[in-house]
Ligand binder design. Structure first.
Ligand code: FE
Ligand code: FE
Ligand code: ZN
Length: 277
C-alpha cells in the first residue's frame, strides 16, 4: 500500500482533513500551518486534534506534512523578516508537538542578493534556533526550483545547510519533482542518476517525503509552476517511475497539483491503479 495524498485546506481543522483524505482515497495529507501569507495561526483545538488522532489511527492515515507558509524567508536581508520566520517556525513546531512523529516542511529561503553562501549560513542559524523545539517532528528542507535567488535548487546547497546544523538528526529533505526538474535534474531520462547524485551529496537516508507534481516548464527552467500529473513536461510515466523507484519505497507522497478535491481523487486513483497499490 503506497502512502499517497495531497495538499488539503486546514481551515476546518484536522478531523475535517482526515475525513477529506479518506474520501479521496488518500492515506496521508499535507496542509499549511497557517495562511500562506503568514498571518496568525488559529488557536489550537485540542478536542479536534484528539478526535483526529483516534480517527487517523483507526483509518491508517499518516504521516502528515505540515507546510510552513511559503512566504517565510529564513535568509531574508532584513533582520525583522528573519526574526518573523524564526518565530513562526518555532511556534509551528511547538503546535506540532500535539501531533508527534510527523513532518514540518519549509522552503529554505531566498538570499536576495546576499549570495548563496550567506543565505545558507542564515538558514542554518534559523534552524539552530528552532530545532531544539522540534520535539518528535522531523523538519524537512524542500528541494527548490532555483527561481530568483532561492537557496536549495542544488543538492549541494541543502547539504551545506545540513552540515551547519547542530541537531541534524531532526532534519531531512522533501523532494519536489517539479522543483528538481525545473532546477535541472533530469528525472525524465535519468532518474537513477539523479537519485544517485542525491545519495552521494545528501544521502538517501535524509529523504523523508516526496511532492509529486508535473511541471509546466522545461528541464532547468527555474520557474516552479506545477501541472497536473501527465499534463506537464515531466509526464506521467516519469512521475510513476518516481513513485515506483525502489530507493523511494515507503515514502509519503503528496500531490500539490492544481486540482480540486475530485481532481485529487482522480490522480490518487490513477497512481494507485498504475502501481497496483
Ligand atoms: Fe513547498
Ligand atoms: Fe512542493
Ligand atoms: Zn512549487
Amino acid at each position: 500500500m503506497i502512502r499517497i495524498g495531497c495538499h488539503l485546506s486546514s481551515s476546518k481543522g484536522f478531523m475535517h482533513m482526515g475525513q477529506e483524505a479518506v474520501s479521496i482515497g488518500a492515506n496521508m495529507f499535507q496542509f499549511f500551518t497557517r495562511n500562506p501569507r503568514g498571518g496568525a495561526a488559529k488557536p489550537l483545538d485540542e478536542a479536534d486534534i484528539a478526535a483526529y488522532r483516534a480517527f487517523a489511527a483507526e483509518r491508517g492515515i499518516g504521516p502528515v506534512i505540515a507546510h510552513a507558509p511559503y512566504t517565510l524567508n529564513a535568509c531574508a536581508a532584513e533582520e525583522g523578516l528573519r526574526t518573523f520566520a524564526r518565530d513562526t517556525m518555532r511556534d509551528d513546531l511547538r503546535r506540532l508537538s500535539h501531533l508527534p512523529g510527523n513532518f514540518y516542511n519549509f522552503h529554505p529561503g531566498s538570499h536576495v542578493k546576499q549570495g548563496t553562501e550567506a543565505g545558507i549560513a542564515l538558514i542554518a542559524e534559523a534552524l539552530n534556533a528552532v530545532l531544539p523545539d522540534a520535539g518528535e517532528t522531523t523538519v524537512l528542507l524542500e528541494t527548490m526550483a532555483g527561481k530568483g535567488s532561492e537557496v536549495g535548487g542544488r543538492f549541494e546547497e541543502l547539504r551545506a545547510i545540513i552540515d551547519r546544523v547542530e541537531h541534524a538528526e531532526r532534519l531531512g529533505v522533501c523532494l519536489d519533482t517539479c522543483h528538481v526538474f525545473d532546477a535541472g535534474y533530469d528525472i525524465v531520462n535519468d532518474l537513477d542518476g539523479v537519485l544517485a547524485e542525491f545519495d552521494r551529496v545528501i544521502g538517501l537516508g535524509r529523504l523523508h517525503a516526496v511532492h509529486l507534481n508535473d511541471s509546466m516548464n522545461a528541464l532547468g527552467s527555474h520557474k516552479d509552476r506545477h501541472a497536473c500529473l501527465g499534463a506537464g513536461q515531466i509526464g506521467f510515466p516519469a512521475l510513476l517511475g518516481v513513485v515506483q523507484h525502489p530507493a523511494l519505497a515507503g515514502l509519503p507522497i503528496a500531490l500539490e497539483t492544481p486540482n480540486d478535491l475530485p481532481g485529487y481523487a482522480r490522480e490518487i486513483a490513477l497512481v494507485r491503479e498504475a502501481c497496483g497499490a
